[in-house]
Design a protein around this ligand. Structure first.
Ligand code: CP3
Length: 649
């Protein structure tokens, strides 16, 4: 640990993560005033225990004289306690009852609250106000043997204190008043975890033990716990407000670099401002540790990074090159089956989510990193492209997508607006943010809907069972049909090209509904457009050509284009690959419903597919279609882990 020196210096643009919730503004201001760039990520939410039977029982006990001592650990907690007992003890009664006991406070904050009540505590723990000082102060005031002590708890139970008092013969009653929960919105916290791991932060300033606990809890859920520990040990300066926070850091395997003499926010930031240059890690901070405040600010891919990407198992498989493991990712890997996604969607509509690059980026990255898959897929929707063409798109609850002004006549096709890819700039921004925030060896897949599937939506006005309107239009007015397909093809080619330019490493074309066509109709009404589309895509990134129900169309799809052909579960992977021949890679093809079954079945079915692929280079494991909404997340993780384990060569 480095003792803070008194030389002036300031933070010189250092990026400092701050985890305050209630005091977020004050903390950010302190960092800013020192010349640092605050990166706020609220780590806590106070959750008052609204129906608190422990508090009410405590109130009754207090009135009946069943306690000798009351220990108040925090100011906020003491105030909440007064509210929580209100049903039993009104404000006057509460203060009267407290007069009958010895009041013990842990520090200046509960002391101030007690003063507000017009009372004086008998015992006040000196700084740094940990349980040790508190215990010493209690001991100094005499033996606690036989004393009946109530402790107002705050979140993490003060286990050591309770044990020490009990060992001295006291009878301890715990009164939990509020506990700390993770904030509802974990986006900022996740981004900060990633920034720490990638050393895109200079320092973290921690002001409570619970912040440390939550930081590591989030990292664990992202599978980045050891990476976080490594970065905090080696690369990012760790400032701790005081002994309790430092203890939590040590419990997590991290030694704080800087601790102020007084456990206060202002002292913490001042100590950081004065002392950070003397911390050994400071010499190794890269330019990314300084600068602008946007947490997900894209970083330019360095050449070393693009090598790591190019050699990733996923991109090697796209090129049909052997690799040490069969890569796996899953269609709809970010979606409603994930509780965090549902929580986010409770606040934000689906289209709004797609149109907010920071949110789309966060959803994309956290799903990929949480699952441990070998590629991320952009969070967006195939139907977004319809809006700039003039369609009025809505995702209504329970009904799926609705297009309020579908194409019904040739004149409707003529009325479509010229496509400008800038209208989908929010998707391209999301691609940039994702590429900047994603692990450097994890490829990002961009995507779009294929013209036929888009045309079905545009004509039907939504989902459909038989595509009768779309097919009727196609047969009735082939000229208008081809005009529509051309418009969709041009727009899609421009859109996918822009995604690759913004930073996607592969492109998937979703022709989800094309399996409804007879092969001859596919050849006449669809294939020429697809040929043109694939020919216009940048040849620098692989294209995945996906459809469902396409068992009778596979050769035609292959001939239309794409380095990788997506297979659904209605075909055997080995037969399908034999039919496609050795010049394409394949992706698939587990039935998504298998993930609703027992984990042994998941493994057995994954084995069958791996055996059919028989270690041929060029197999990307996936489902035959998107993950179903009711799928348990642990089953998805089990599949990913199992495919890696079973295919490791
Ligand atoms: O795979 C991913 O994780 C990336 C995101 C992605 C979404 N949609 C997000 C989404 C992708 C690649 C798509 C493609 C898509 N969208 C297709 C082709 C693939 C397929 O599933 O066949 C199609 C046909 C659509 C159109 C669409 N979008 C429908 C029919 C629906 C409603 C039904 C449903 O499955 O939810 C959507 C909404 C949609 N797209 C959701 C998600 C996560 C759910 C929206 C919500 O949050 O309520």
């Amino acid at each position: 640990m480095v003792q803070a020196e008194t030389t002036a210096g300031g933070l010189a643009g250092l990026r400092v993560a701050v985890f305050e919730s209630r005091m977020a503004g004050a903390m950010a201001e302190l960092v800013g005033r020192q010349g640092g760039v605050p990166v706020p990520a609220g780590a806590l939410r106070e959750e008052p225990l609204s129906e608190n039977p422990d508090a009410l029982a405590f109130a009754r006990g207090l009135r009946a004289g069943r306690f000798d001592d009351v220990i108040l650990l925090t100011g906020v907690g003491a105030r909440y306690l007064a509210e929580a007992v209100a049903a039993e003890l009104g404000p006057v009664e509460w203060i009267e009852a407290l007069r009958g006991v010895r009041l013990i406070v842990r520090g200046p904050k509960p002391q101030a609250v007690v003063r507000d009540w017009g009372l004086t505590p008998a015992v006040v723990a000196p700084e740094p106000n940990t349980w040790r000082e508190l215990l010493a102060a209690i001991d100094a005031a005499g033996s606690v043997a036989g004393r009946r002590i109530a402790i107002q708890e705050y979140g993490q139970p003060p286990t050591e204190l309770i044990e020490a008092l009990t060992a001295r013969g006291a009878v301890v009653t715990r009164v939990p008043v509020y506990r700390w929960a993770l904030p509802d919105d974990l986006i900022a916290l996740r981004q900060v975890v990633r920034m720490i791991c990638k050393e895109r932060l200079g320092a973290v300033a921690l002001t409570s033990a619970q912040q440390v606990v939550h930081l590591f809890e989030i990292a664990r859920s992202m599978r980045l716990e050891s990476e976080l520990r490594r970065a905090l040990r080696e690369a990012v300066i760790v400032a701790s407000v005081g002994p309790t926070t430092s203890e939590a850091l040590r419990a997590a395997g991290v030694e704080p670099d800087l601790v102020p003499d007084h456990p206060k926010m202002g002292h913490l930031v001042a100590t950081l401002g004065r002392g950070w240059r003397q911390v050994q890690k400071a010499g190794r901070l890269g330019p990314a540790a300084f600068g602008a405040s946007s947490p997900a600010e894209p970083t330019r891919a360095a050449p070393a990074q693009s090598d790591r990407l190019r050699e990733s198992p996923f991109l090697r498989a796209c090129r049909r090159e052997p690799s040490g493991v069969t890569p796996i990712w899953l269609m709809r890997q970010a979606g409603r089956y994930m509780p965090e996604y549902r929580a986010l969607r409770a606040r934000v509509g689906f289209l709004e989510l797609c149109r907010t690059p920071e949110l789309a980026a966060e959803v994309t990255i956290s799903a990929a990193e949480q699952l441990g898959v070998d590629a991320a897929i952009l969070f967006a929707d195939i139907l977004l492209i319809l809006e700039p063409l003039g369609f009025d798109l809505e995702f209504s609850r329970g009904e799926g997508p609705v297009i309020h002004n579908p194409v019904r006549t040739a004149a409707d096709v003529d009325r479509l607006r010229p496509f400008d890819v800038e209208a989908l700039g929010f998707v391209l921004d999301a691609v940039r943010l994702i590429r900047g925030g994603l692990r450097a060896d994890l490829p990002l897949i961009g995507f779009a809907g294929a013209p036929f599937t888009l045309a079905c939506y545009a004509i039907e006005g939504g989902g459909s069972r038989h595509y009768d309107r779309a097919k009727a239009f196609m047969y009735r007015d082939p000229g208008a049909w081809h005009a529509l397909m051309e418009r969709l093809t041009d727009a899609t080619a421009a859109y996918l090209t822009a995604q690759a330019e913004a930073g996607a490493q592969a492109l998937q074309l979703f022709d989800s509904w094309v399996g409804t066509l007879a092969p001859a109709d596919y050849r006449d009404y669809v294939q020429p457009h697809l040929c043109r589309l694939f020919a216009r895509l940048p040849q620098t990134v692989p294209a995945i050509h996906f459809g469902t129900g396409t068992g009778s169309l596979l050769e035609l799809q292959r001939d239309a284009g794409g380095q990788v052909i997506g297979l659904d579960w209605r075909v055997d992977l080995d037969n399908a690959w034999d039919r496609l021949g050795p010049d394409v890679a394949v992706q698939g093809n587990l039935d998504p419903a298998v993930l609703l079954g027992p984990v042994e079945t998941v493994r057995a079915q994954a084995d069958r597919i791996l055996q059919q692929a028989a270690d041929r280079p060029g197999h990307i494991f996936n489902l035959g279609h998107g993950i179903l909404p009711g799928t348990p997340v642990d089953r998805v993780r089990a599949l990913v882990d199992y495919v890696h384990e079973a295919s490791s060569r």
